[in-house]
Ligand binder design. Structure first.
Ligand code: FBP
Length: 608
């Protein structure tokens, strides 16, 4: 019997009423129908009291509702004393002439920063729409909460609409009004389930026109797009389109992605990175301690991060694994798959000489695409599967596909494909994403490395060059961290981004991304403002055409985080020096609960 029915009966029994089951069921069905209650509202209303704790939210979630995110001093103060000041134009990437032509209304604007001053428009009545776009990242709900609170603080009659399921909600006009009750249900929680998310893009002229139509119908003054590099590129294009059509609708972006690759001098970190990487680091630390206790397994852990290796690098700084591959370095040094396997075997053999037949290896999700010969193979496969789709689809079995591919692949790629373990080779052929790219999160790179290492160690053993044992487990951490309760850092950061988005709108700006600087300092000292989206863009070749895109910030091999890791890795490969960061702490001393990522600390060390 489900708990809600049990609760009903318990309640009746407590009242001293002993009803037969048919009466109970009739009452269960009749009561909500008669009162036109949704099941959810009815359960909440009905189950108050005895079984409330059984059915309602967790105690931790309740406690998080009470958490008051911190804002920088200026935003926490009165809106009568908040204005923006324009700063020098932000640094730009190459390709600016083309961008200037494409963004003739919005290009070349200065960055903005909130200052003490007067802006009567802070109190104006506004209608704003908000979209969550792309993969989940902890803190998305707090961006909405900050935006909502700013908007209502300015004018309680202002309205916030949420577009359902990502950008397609704007195109199709699917929306809800976000009110105080709804926001309160999601404060400081993870996930994007308040309004959902999606990976659609607003691309075609029809989609731009439909978006404008929806915005006009809702009488919107502005739209806030919470997303990664692609979504914010879209925000920039939409802002320009609205300006071109004299629509009077502003567009503001907010930097989201656990991957941490939306970075710029004005965007020190994308939100969600802090929580996600701390979640993975906790799990890696636990596994490392288990490995060091049992002393019999090697753990190969793949970590999300579609292209950039920021997550793997931060997790390595947090946990000190024996090996961590950084895709950007693999590409820069043009390391082959065989060389990567050699590095693993070298560590396994050396450690086995110390009787340490265990270890932890971190593998960024994107690694597979950064190994030059695999990259070439994947790119050939992408082209072949797109160009000869009908022919490829005719091959029904894997062996038919493989035989057919032999006629199309270059000899080098064909031989590499041939040597791949079948399981992995199959994964290279699964459906591409909407942009025609292989879905790296679906390729078991950790298993590939385990299989190749096993093979090589077996050969070395046969040749008398390895006397230890090798037994490995594979793991993949990604979804475990994307919807976690935001850390205090992400809760505060996201709330500030949302509040700042409101203040940018009130200041009349469009085509800007909400920005917060000095993130390594306490929140009260953060500097909030906005940076023109075009200043983060460059021109890239996509599907045979030059396209404006926000430049992805990959791991900088000359940057402090990578150099710090590089300085310690030789020792880590041989010795056991695991570090155990533990679970994210939400309550307790500030030095524990308020700690930022090591990446952020190292990147901004010594800054005033
Ligand atoms: P965003 O770039 O949209 O923030 O998403 C990042 C990410 O979590 C990657 O790390 C991962 O490769 C991808 O999303 C997986 O997404 P999906 O489950 O939609 O394939």
């Amino acid at each position: 019997m489900p708990p809600w029915q049990m609760g009903f009966i318990i309640k009746l029994n407590v009242l001293g009423l002993y009803l037969t089951e048919p009466v109970v069921y009739a009452a269960l069905a009749g009561y909500p129908i008669a009162r036109k209650l949704s099941l959810h509202t009815w359960i909440r209303e009905f189950c108050s009291g005895i079984v409330e704790d059984l059915l309602e939210i967790s105690n931790f979630q309740k406690a998080r509702y009470e958490y008051k995110p911190k804002l920088p001093a200026l935003l926490a103060g009165s809106l009568d004393e908040l204005d923006v000041e324009m700063e020098e134009a932000a640094a730009a990437f190459p390709g600016q002439q083309e961008l200037r032509t494409m963004f003739k209304h919005s290009y070349g604007k200065p960055a903005a920063r909130f200052v003490k001053g007067k802006n009567p428009k802070n109190k104006h009545l506004l209608n704003i729409g908000v979209i969550l776009s792309g993969g989940q990242a902890p803190g998305g709900h707090n961006v909405i909460a900050g935006l909502f609170d700013g908007l209502k603080k300015g004018n309680p009659a202002s309205k916030l609409y949420g577009f359902m399921g990502g950008p397609s909600g704007l195109i199709n006009g699917k929306h809800i009004e976000i009110d105080a009750e709804l926001v309160d249900e999601y404060r400081n929680t993870g996930g994007f389930d308040m309004i959902g998310s999606g990976r659609d893009k607003i691309e075609t002229p029809e989609q731009f026109a439909a978006s404008l139509d929806t915005a006009k119908k809702l009488n919107l003054n502005a739209i806030v797009i919470i997303g990664g590099d692609d979504s914010n590129t879209n925000a920039g294009l939409l802002a320009e389109y609205f300006l071109d059509n004299d629509a009077g609708i502003q567009v503001i972006g907010c930097p989201k992605t656990i991957d941490g690759d939306l970075k710029h001098t004005h965007i020190e970190a994308s939100f969600g990175f802090d929580t996600a990487v701390k979640t993975y680091s906790e799990l890696i630390g636990n596994i490392a301690r288990d490995a060091n206790s049992a002393k019999k397994y090697w753990h190969f852990i793949k970590l999300m991060g579609r292209e950039a290796s920021h997550i793997a690098l931060e997790a390595a700084l947090q946990t000190h694994p024996n090996l961590c591959f950084i895709s950007e370095e693999v590409a820069a040094k043009r390391l082959s798959l065989a060389q990567i396997v050699d590095q693993i075997c070298a560590s396994v053999i050396k450690r086995s000489e110390n009787k340490e037949n265990f270890g932890v290896i971190l593998v960024p999700e994107g690694l597979i695409e950064f190994i030059p010969e695999v990259r070439a193979l994947i790119s050939e496969l992408n082209d072949i599967m797109a160009q000869y789709k009908t022919e490829f689809d005719k091959a029904k079995t894997f062996s038919e596909q493989k035989t057919w591919l032999k006629t199309k692949l270059s000899p080098v790629s064909d031989s590499l494909f041939d040597n791949f373990p079948e399981e992995i080779a199959r994964q290279l052929l699964i459906d591409r994403d909407p942009h025609g790219n292989v879905q790296v999160s679906l390729i078991d790179t950790e298993k590939l490395l385990i299989l190749l290492t096993e093979k090589q160690l077996a050969a070395l053993k046969a040749a008398g060059k390895f006397n230890g044992s090798f037994s490995a487990h594979g793991h993949f951490f990604g979804y475990e961290g994307r919807a976690a309760f935001p850390s205090n850092f992400d809760a505060d950061y996201c709330y500030t981004l949302g509040f700042g988005a409101f203040a940018l709108i009130a200041a009349g700006l469009t085509g800007y991304i909400s920005s917060v600087r000095r993130l390594a300092a306490p929140a009260s000292e953060w500097i909030a403002g906005g940076v023109p989206i075009t200043m983060l863009m460059n021109m890239e070749r996509r599907k045979g055409k030059n396209k404006p895109v926000i430049k992805k910030a990959l791991v900088d091999l000359d940057g402090a985080p990578f150099k710090t890791f590089a300085a310690m890795r030789d020792e880590l490969a041989l010795k056991t020096c695991f570090r155990y960061p533990s679970a994210i702490q939400y309550y307790g001393p500030q030095e524990v609960c308020g700690e930022t990522t090591i990446t952020l600390k190292l990147e901004h060390e010594g800054e005033k």
